[in-house]
Ligand binder design. Structure first.
Ligand SMILES: [Zn+2]
Length: 299
């Protein structure tokens, strides 16, 4: 895939007044990145919608249940209608609703799809995820998932959360890494599992062409090693979303160095949180309060 891409340059919505609840970016003709607005949830996750000739797959359903505040179903239906109008496809055309992992800010919108025809919602447990994709030796192994002319590789990467998966798309050469690798605070729930998953990710990026490593949040500023306060709903000058194989290898190295060392492990492009370090969380609460007082654009 050619470089640079619009996704490298784009300034995402970051909590400005009047921004839409969901921002949409097409990458080529068959891929959409969606970002939930900071004005509907401070988590402001990124979601990914990939089209093949037989089915489409949506990774994640955002942080907010209420379709009035977060019209995900409507947005996805519009995107699908637009894609279907200009591309040959199977009838009926399927939608799979899957998840990078099972945390609330990635599954909250599931219910918006319950009554959608020709739609499968993948349940959240590691067992269910393994069964759906055909992963027979969780957390080892990989599975192929065919969208029709577009075969994704899916593999388990527990550590941030026990049902975490990585997804490789040969079309964009994106590696989707959920909350395991992204420009922000990487919360480690199981230190050893996280280290092993990063080792598997490192081996994977050596084996296939990777254009970008794409996670689900931005929490870093454009200043190296500096993040926004936890809970920030206004984030001007965010770090770019895309990361590289090199960044991923740095996460792998940091996962090794910080193994079982509770606390905050800061690098230029990300920060690893091993466990729940109370001191650091308190500092964030104070920073958040201060930012609300000084922010030029409060709601
Ligand atoms: Zn998340």
């Amino acid at each position: 895939m050619e470089s640079p891409m619009e996704v490298d340059q784009l300034v995402w919505n970051y909590g400005r007044k009047g921004e839409p609840p969901i921002q949409v970016l097409w990458i080529g003709h068959h891929t959409v990145i969606l970002r939930q607005s900071k004005r509907t949830s401070y988590e402001a996750p990124f979601l990914y919608l990939l089209f093949g000739s037989v089915r489409a797959i949506l990774f994640d359903t955002g942080a907010t249940r209420d379709p009035a505040r977060f019209p995900l179903r409507e947005t996805v239906d519009d995107l699908m209608a637009s894609w279907l109008s200009s591309h040959p496809h199977a009838e009926p055309y399927e939608l799979i609703v899957a998840h990078t992992h099972a945390h609330g800010d990635h599954v909250a919108g599931d219910a918006q799809f319950h009554d959608r025809a020709h739609t499968t919602i993948v349940p959240h447990s590691p067992e269910d995820v393994a069964k759906f994709f055909g992963l027979t030796s969780w957390p080892e192994g990989r599975a192929l998932f065919d969208l029709g002319g577009r075969i994704l590789t899916v593999f388990p990467i527990p550590g941030h959360q026990k049902a975490s998966i990585a997804v490789y798309d040969p079309d964009t050469e994106f590696l989707l890494t959920g909350d395991t690798v992204y420009p922000g605070r990487l919360y480690v729930q199981d230190s050893e599992a996280f280290r092993q998953s990063l080792e598997r990710l490192s081996a994977f990026v050596d084996a296939v062409p990777i254009s970008r490593v794409m996670g689900c949040h931005i929490e870093m500023t454009r200043t190296a090693g500096r993040d926004f306060p936890i809970g920030a709903t206004y984030q001007p000058r965010e770090a770019p979303l895309p990361m590289t194989s090199r960044d991923l290898k740095e996460v792998a190295q940091a996962a090794k160095e910080s193994l079982n060392k509770r606390g905050v492990h800061r690098r230029d492009r990300f920060i690893i949180y091993q466990g729940q370090p109370m001191g650091a969380l308190l500092v964030h609460a104070v920073r958040l309060l201060l930012s609300r007082v000084t922010s030029p654009e409060r709601s």
